[in-house]
Design a protein around this ligand. Structure first.
Ligand code: NAD
Length: 330
């Protein structure tokens, strides 16, 4: 099948080409994101392959549908950037990679916690400059601290296991209780109780209309004073302005982010020579107790192999049978 691969970086080319070696799809790699401005690139392609910050709204979908595209193959689990209703209305199948490595994301969340707590980034820079002072590097034991997990699906469950390994007391809030989490001793509580009693709150639920800005001025009020907030899920779960206010008032003691609501204008690009115009993002960077990574939680060799393999399988299933188990719309 002829596939236009959007938002493709060197590593996407390499992993997808390797996974495709036994299948022979015609993959054409484009660096730009798929959006209403770049749909012309997809002309003549029955399938497009897209990533998390591609803007796959009704405009984009109707333009590619008119050009004959029948399949959108996402290289991600989340599909909040796709107008699923529009795709269904216009006869386009959307497939995704439901799981590729929950460990990658859960381990990154744990990494953000350790970095914020023990300040490895600062310690590393100090030691390189022969500054061996410990002032300002004081941390706390994770052992016996309370970690609240919002969303205990595949990633949240792995994260719960890691935190249990540290000897944490693990609380969770989810619309469904995960039996494996219950078995490992995770205690499900109301959201308000989780926020009020957790030393660390970590978000692992999808971005949906229900969860949009679930962390806002009102819910931040309910946090324990000086708590740590970790978001490796989606930027839109957090009202960033409210988080900045909570950092200024010291209600929040630490914030670790791998995702940001407006990340589409920033992440995955080298902007080191540019003047960043996003004042909210720039303000976040000024806090000593904030660590931000640029949506890299998924970025392990194992995850990229799985993403590439499942994407190629999805495309092959669709080509052969007109359907695929990983379809988002039907
Ligand atoms: P999953 O579907 O296995 O689990 C999501 C869990 O969230 C489910 O148990 C669901 O019941 C729960 N949930 C849904 N809405 C909720 C709400 N309003 N409140 C509380 N819980 C709710 O998904 P997953 O594979 O564990 O992934 C979780 C999220 O992680 C994805 O949606 C994606 O946004 C994000 N993610 C980020 C990266 C990254 O690189 N940073 C990579 C992969 C996934």
């Amino acid at each position: 099948m002829k596939v236009a691969v959007f938002s493709s970086k060197k590593y996407d080319r390499s992993f997808l080409s390797e996974a495709n070696s036994d299948y022979g799809h015609e993959l054409v790699f484009f660096e730009p994101k798929l959006s209403s401005e770049t749909t012309a690139l997809a002309a003549g392609f029955p399938a497009v392959c897209a990533f998390i910050n591609d803007q796959i709204d009704r405009h984009t979908i109707s333009a590619i549908a008119e050009q004959g595209t029948k399949l959108i193959a996402l290289r991600s689990a989340g599909f909040n950037n796709v107008d699923i209703k529009a795709a269904t209305d216009l006869g386009i199948t959307v497939v995704r990679v439901p799981a590729y490595s929950p460990y990658a994301v859960a381990e990154h969340a744990a990494g953000l916690i350790l970095t914020l707590n023990r300040k490895y980034h600062r310690a590393h820079n100090r030691v390189r400059e022969s500054n061996f002072s410990l002032n300002g590097l004081l941390g706390f034991d994770l052992h016996h601290s309370t970690v609240g997990i919002i969303g205990t699906g595949k990633i949240g469950m792995c994260f719960a296991r890691i935190m249990k390994g540290f000897g944490c007391n693990v609380l969770a809030y989810d619309i469904y209780q995960n039996p494996e989490c219950l078995e490992m001793g995770v205690q499900y509580v109301e959201l308000s109780k989780l926020l009020a009693t957790s030393d660390i709150v970590s978000l692992h639920c999808p971005l949906t209309p229900d969860s949009y800005h679930m962390i806002n001025a009102e819910t931040l009020e309910q946090f324990k004073s000086g708590a740590m907030l970790i978001n490796t899920s989606r930027g839109g779960l957090i009202d960033t302005k409210a988080v900045i206010d909570a950092l200024k008032s010291q209600k929040l003691g630490y914030v670790g982010l791998d995702v940001y609501e407006q990340e589409g204008n920033l992440f995955f690009e080298d902007l080191s020579q540019e003047v960043i115009q996003d004042d909210i993002f720039q303000r976040l960077l000024t806090f000593p107790n904030v660590v931000i990574t640029a949506h890299q939680a998924f970025f392990t060799k194992n995850a990229l192999e799985n993403i590439a393999q499942t994407t190629i399988n999805n495309i092959s299933d669709f080509e052969k049978n007109g359907k695929c188990d990983n379809t988002v719309n039907s």
